[in-house]
Design a protein around this ligand. Structure first.
Ligand code: MG
Length: 86
């Protein structure tokens, strides 16, 4: 979700409204992914959090998969997150 801006204007990310928030907790299923699909904007948002060194945790009530399993599953569908964030 990187906005295209006219030359000379400051770069915007679309995430300015949430810039003051220091740490984020978010649900995985239905928020970042739906089944095997990344929800539009989710990958950009996670990339922004990582670029900003913002702390975040992705929560799920799935007890079947380890964080490494979830990391691999998310990477496979295009969402790059460290296992430590799951
Ligand atoms: Mg959910």
């Amino acid at each position: 979700m990187i906005n295209t801006i006219p030359s000379g204007a400051p770069a915007t990310t679309g995430f300015e409204a949430i810039e003051p928030i220091e740490a984020y907790l978010m649900d995985m299923d239905g928020v970042l992914v739906r089944g095997a699909q990344v929800i539009p904007g989710a990958a950009d948002f996670i990339a922004w959090l990582r670029a900003q060194d913002r702390r975040f945790l992705i929560l799920t009530n799935s007890s079947v998969y380890t964080p490494r399993d979830l990391q691999a599953r998310l990477a496979h569908i295009g969402l790059d997150v460290p296992a430590e964030a799951l």
